[in-house]
Design a protein around this ligand. Structure first.
Ligand SMILES: [Zn+2]
Length: 233
């Protein structure tokens, strides 16, 4: 066998291996598994996002609680100040009142925000719980499917490994530059070798110019100008 015929023989095994690989990839169980896995990842991301949001809320709560303490202190010292020197005139009374009102208004703003954050945090706790329950259910389904898929995959994988071993064995008889060329074409056209049928490329069914056909017949290595496959008589 010349290099081209050896390569053709190599391609026959490659086609078988590709079919098995496709079967493995395309198995409905595997596709379901991928869906479950994606779903699980999504839930994990949601849980993480919620945790981060809750952390941010806790930070904000601490800031607000400090602010509340500060205003309470301010109110206390204002009260002491008023007790120590009672307002002498209307103006002074108004100043005290304004100060007190400003502080009270700050206080109620802070307290409203604290209330809002506590409610948001409680909502998130519930949401997180729901997500965790859903994720646990999906994980159980995933594990069950995985067990039966592994069983199925084991046989197919053995088949694929055996074919790959045959490929490696066949490749030994072929010059490396031919294997390299085969793999380069394989990236855009599979299978990479195409027989001539009259003047037609059997890879893409296009007719080839008679000059090209002659070149192939005389044993030159020529690629189909349409699909790029290596032509063989
Ligand atoms: Zn072609």
């Amino acid at each position: 066998m010349n290099q081209m015929e050896l390569l053709w023989d190599y391609q026959q095994t490659d086609i078988q291996a590709e079919a098995v690989a496709k079967e493995i990839k395309g198995s409905p169980e595997r596709q379901k598994l991928v869906k479950y896995r994606d779903y699980l990842l999504e839930q994990q991301n949601t849980i993480k996002r919620i945790e981060e949001e809750v952390l941010t809320m806790q930070d904000r709560l601490e800031v607000l609680e400090d602010a509340v303490k500060l205003v309470e202190d301010q109110l206390n010292s204002l009260q002491k100040k008023i007790e120590a020197n009672e307002p002498q005139d209307v103006e002074q009374t108004e100043r005290y009142l304004n100060d007190a009102q400003r502080m009270m208004s700050n206080l109620s703003e802070y307290e409203a925000e604290i209330k809002r954050i506590r409610k948001d945090a409680a909502d998130r706790d519930r949401l997180q719980y729901d997500v965790k329950v859903r994720a646990a259910r999906a994980k159980a389904e995933f594990d069950k499917l995985k067990a039966s898929y592994d069983e199925e995959y084991k046989k197919k994988n053995e088949e694929l490994t055996a074919l790959k071993n045959v490929l490696a064995e066949k490749a030994k008889a072929i010059q490396p530059n031919w294997i390299e060329r085969y793999n380069t074409i394989r990236r855009h056209a599979f299978p990479p070798l195409a027989r001539l049928n009259g003047s037609q490329c059997t890879g893409c069914n296009m007719s080839l110019p008679s000059g090209v056909v002659k070149d192939v017949q005389s044993g030159k290595d020529v690629e189909c100008e349409t699909c790029g496959r290596l032509l063989i008589v």
